[in-house]
Design a protein. Sequence first.
Lengths: 418, 227
Amino acid sequence: MLIRLALRSLASRRASALLTLFTLALSTALLLGVQQIREQSRLSFFDTVSGTDLIVGARSGPVQLLLYSVFHIGSATSNIRWSSYEALRDDPRIAWTIPLSLGDSHRGYRVVGTHNSLFEHYRYGAKQPLEFAQGGPLDDLFSVVLGAEVARQLGYGLGDALIIAHGAGNTSFKQHDNMPFKVSGILAASGTPLDRALLVSLEGLEAVHLGWRAGIPLPGMQVTPDQARERNLTPREVTAALVGLESRLQTFHLQRELNTRRDDPLTAVLPGVALQELWQVVSVAEKALLAVSGAALLIGLCGMLAVLLSGVQQRRHEIAVLRALGASPLRIAGLLLTESLLLTLSGMVLGLLLLWGGLHLLEQPLLERFGLRLALTGLSSEQWLLGGAVLLLGLLSGLIPSLMAYRMALAKSLIRRN
Amino acid sequence: MKLIISIDNLRFAWPGQAPVLEIPQLQLAAGEHLFIQGPSGSGKSTLLNLLAGVLTGFEGEIRVAEHALGRLSERRRDRLRADRIGVLFQQFNLLPYLNLTDNVSLPCSLSAKRRSAAIQRSGSVEAEAKRLLAQLQLPTELFDRRAVAELSIGQQQRVAAARALIGSPDLIIADEPTSALDGASRDRFMQLLLDELAQSETTLLLVSHDPSLAHYFSRHLDLGSTL
């Protein structure tokens, strides 16, 4: 009976009730959406590398190593000698290695020298391998595999030729224009930094630098592609290597061994630990985002409170009638509480629908444009907690008008002259 | 004969003030109609609030349908009011968000006793509500419309009367129910109300300062003269 009355009463105040409903729905969707983005960006951050046991680079800090090797941000101060990389590669405890060589770029995107083992062993997210949208891995000294964003933004297709520039800047004047690369494959979007990278072979990278010393081409030493193919293209060094072990039990042992090496000073880090360190720096922004959406929710609840409170004064007669019919003050307070609960609940449900509808629509564009993976999942425990908090706050703000109604209902007089 | 109202040495005063109401003896049997008259401040409203069970702190004894109000908890008094008393206000009797039928049926959702009485009479609460609305000469096409605001005050008071009557309560307390009505609709209202009451043996207690209503009543109480 209470619910029926509450529904009728809300229906009679359709306009303000609907506005309140939408405010609540929007702020709930915003709050839960922000939480979703927080969790998913955290996940996709931590998912950038998975299945890699160690990242090995020249001696530096773990965060710096992570930044340049995985996120392609900044640059290495020194490299690993090729002999050290070979020792790693041939170590019986190591199952696979992915060499990474950074330093060149193409129209603002990083060129990463690597090996086809990348496509085989690199894992992201829930141990997902990289997939090709078109083409396949590197099949020639001068072939290049493009990240999804690179191909889309620059409009390259399979078989297109492109020239890489020396150095990481956007406006490098020194182009390796004597040796163009041909696109052999385009990766599907993964939400990892590889979306924004061009992958070439270590040997190809070595080839374009033939005849260069200290970052400039030596006059009269130009090499043609065909001449390059004849030369010894064994790299002298690599920037970093991703390492997978035969047995994960070996991880700490090998890490200590590498970190204490004397001949070529190396740093080996556990990706998870380094990611955690880096996340602590990044996570300040996402906390601010949550605070802002929390404020939006409070505004929504204040709106509901305003509607309900202005309702109480207009409902003096209604309260008197219900009292006269024998409804107890508690029941009358319950009626108002039910109304705010109905508003909050349906606001939340609508908010969830908005959120899921929005995610459904935005899932693909977000991944393609921003590399942000937002999976359409059920609510996480934090989201349930937030939802519960919304409901609780709605109930609390509903308590205020229902207390007012309760006090009105307690009046010692049914009969009023007015 | 069953006594619906029985008052003994009733005295009521607000704290620290002179008594506003003193009734040594008043007994009202089922089906009797009492007209209460008196100037402002003579305690008319106080008496109604006491009988309805919302106002407490009186001396003496009030029994409504053989329940001594002084010994009932607030919850029991609310229950008693829901089950046995129909209340008619001067105006603003109806909930604007319910249609006429639902307004009239409302007491039956708050009292099982009145619900079963209504069902016994007409087969269902809705049928009884419609019977009463028709009895009080409200146009059938309005029954299921949420049209409270479109009704004249006379029509609104008749809907309120139907609500007070549904489920055959023992007592109807009416506070100036005709004060907002003009002469013709006042007489019509009184006539229809009394016709329906006559069939159900319901006791009526009506407060008004309009002496022209007095002739509808068999019993009279002038509160101005009792003090």
